[in-house]
Design a binder for this molecule. Structure first.
Ligand code: BJ8
Length: 434
């Protein structure tokens, strides 16, 4: 008897290809076990996140199904510009869709060109193969116009699933912000259509408070993992898993579990307990998002003498660095304006110009006392790839060691990346005289 048999009726209801999903889950669980469970001296509180990974397409999908049966909205997204606060306000779930696996890419390439970003192809393949419970559960997918690959893929994806598209401007002037605000209001209307009524100010405020609390807990993890010198109480790989799951889990429960983990990390710091040896090279990763199960770079770096102390990425610091300021807010209109203030500070490379990002990277490097940065670009992501030139110039000026890596989801370049990462770490050590 299959361990997933209890979920067959749910998968069938969601039009999931159960045989294919079951095969994929076996591989995903094995990879998680090989990479994560073999790490020495992990925090005990990581158990919650390991279990969550194990329940990703089962228990968590059953929770979403329950929400749906109560008339709550379920919204799948690919970008942190989509206001999850509004979905939370409606009692629904807003989550990142499956998009980090190479296994679904060949299927996607039947409809999409080969030379576009793997994140988009992976997500599209998940839909074609019907093996992502999140995609299948969604009332609609909310896409955005942040890059060429995304905005054209939505037209094709819409043939397979309901899709709305949010127009994200590429500048942050007054005119663009007015358009953006209209797009956010339209998003809120779509949510209200699902619940069949207007959401009150109190509901909206509650939604923002829940997501603010989640971001605060993620900032706490960020500070604990990388701002205590040689004492690094958790690996970058484990931290990445937590951040990836922050886009999937029920936010109140997730925040509680993360704060429990942070309490344990604080105890470890007090006891001077680190999972890395003294003098390990401290690195920050900059660039495009790491959708689960894209763990390749973290694994390579942390098995090559480096420790990753932060990700300047949307699955990382860019997501949790700012809260929505609720001080003195009394109406839904004011609340939306405050949300816009926060969204405006997201320094995605889709904006031009985007100087604030470079200033922020230098500041982050100083705060975390990193030994160098790795600029990570998913293959064919033109905005982040082009912007890497400006970031490299700024790092050179500041004397910060810099390595640029462009990669997709396949394991084929792992050996080559490892060689480059090892050489980078060695050059940093030589410079330090270590
Ligand atoms: S706010 S980084 S989540 S757009 S899909 S742009 S990697 S070519 S994901 Fe993003 Fe929102 Fe910006 Fe963040 Fe490049 Fe690929 Fe496009 Fe991508």
């Amino acid at each position: 008897m299959s361990q997933y048999e209890a979920y067959y009726p749910l998968w069938e209801k969601l039009n999931i290809d159960a045989a294919k999903l079951e095969g994929a889950l076996g591989a995903a669980q094995k990879r998680h076990a090989d990479l994560f469970l073999t790490q020495a001296d992990r925090p005990k509180a990581m158990g919650y996140f390991d279990d969550l990974w194990g329940n990703l397409q089962t228990g968590r999908i059953a929770e979403l199904d329950k929400l749906k049966s109560e008339g709550k909205p379920l919204v799948g997204t690919f970008c942190i510009f989509v206001p999850e606060e509004s979905v939370t306000a409606a009692g629904g779930a807003c989550y990142g869709l499956c998009s980090g696996s190479p296994a679904s890419i060949p299927e996607a390439e039947k409809e999409l060109p080969r030379n576009i970003c793997p994140l988009i192809k992976s997500a599209h393949g998940f839909k074609l193969l019907r093996v992502c419970g999140y995609t299948q559960s969604s009332d609609f997918i909310y896409g955005e116009t942040t890059c060429e690959a995304k905005k054209k893929t939505w037209e094709i994806l819409a043939k397979h699933h309901p899709v709305h598209v949010m127009h994200i401007p590429q500048k942050k002037d007054e005119k663009s912000m007015r358009l953006w605000r209209e797009e956010v209001e339209e998003f809120q209307e779509h949510i209200e259509e699902v619940v069949g009524r207007k959401l009150s100010f109190e509901e909206h405020k509650k939604g923002v408070e829940i997501i603010n609390a989640k971001r605060k807990a993620l900032r706490r993890l960020d500070a604990l993992r990388g701002m205590h010198g040689d004492i690094m109480p958790i690996s970058g790989l484990d931290s990445l898993l937590v951040m990836q799951l922050s886009f999937i889990d029920e936010p109140v429960r997730f925040t509680e579990a993360l704060n429990t983990l942070c309490d344990e990390l604080e105890e470890r710091i007090n006891a001077q307990k680190s999972v890395f040896e003294k003098g390990t090279t401290r690195l920050m990763i900059l660039g495009t998002p790491f959708a689960a199960p894209n763990w390749k770079l973290h694994k390579i770096v942390e098995s090559s003498g480096g420790a990753i102390v932060n990700e300047e990425s949307c699955i990382g610091h860019r997501y949790f660095k700012d809260d929505v300021n609720l001080e003195g807010v009394t109406t839904n209109e004011e609340l939306t304006a405050r949300m816009m203030e926060r969204y405006k500070n997201i320094d995605c490379a889709c904006f031009t110009p985007n100087e604030a990002r470079i200033e922020k990277i230098v500041k982050m490097h100083k705060e975390r006392q990193t030994d160098g940065v790795i600029y990570y670009t998913l293959s064919f992501c033109h905005t982040y790839n082009v912007e890497s030139h400006l970031v490299a110039e700024a790092m050179k000026k500041e004397g910060i060691p810099f390595l640029a890596i462009e990669s997709d989801y396949s394991p084929e370049d792992a050996g080559q990346i490892k060689t480059r990462v090892e050489a980078f770490i060695e050059s940093i050590r030589l410079k330090r005289g270590a």
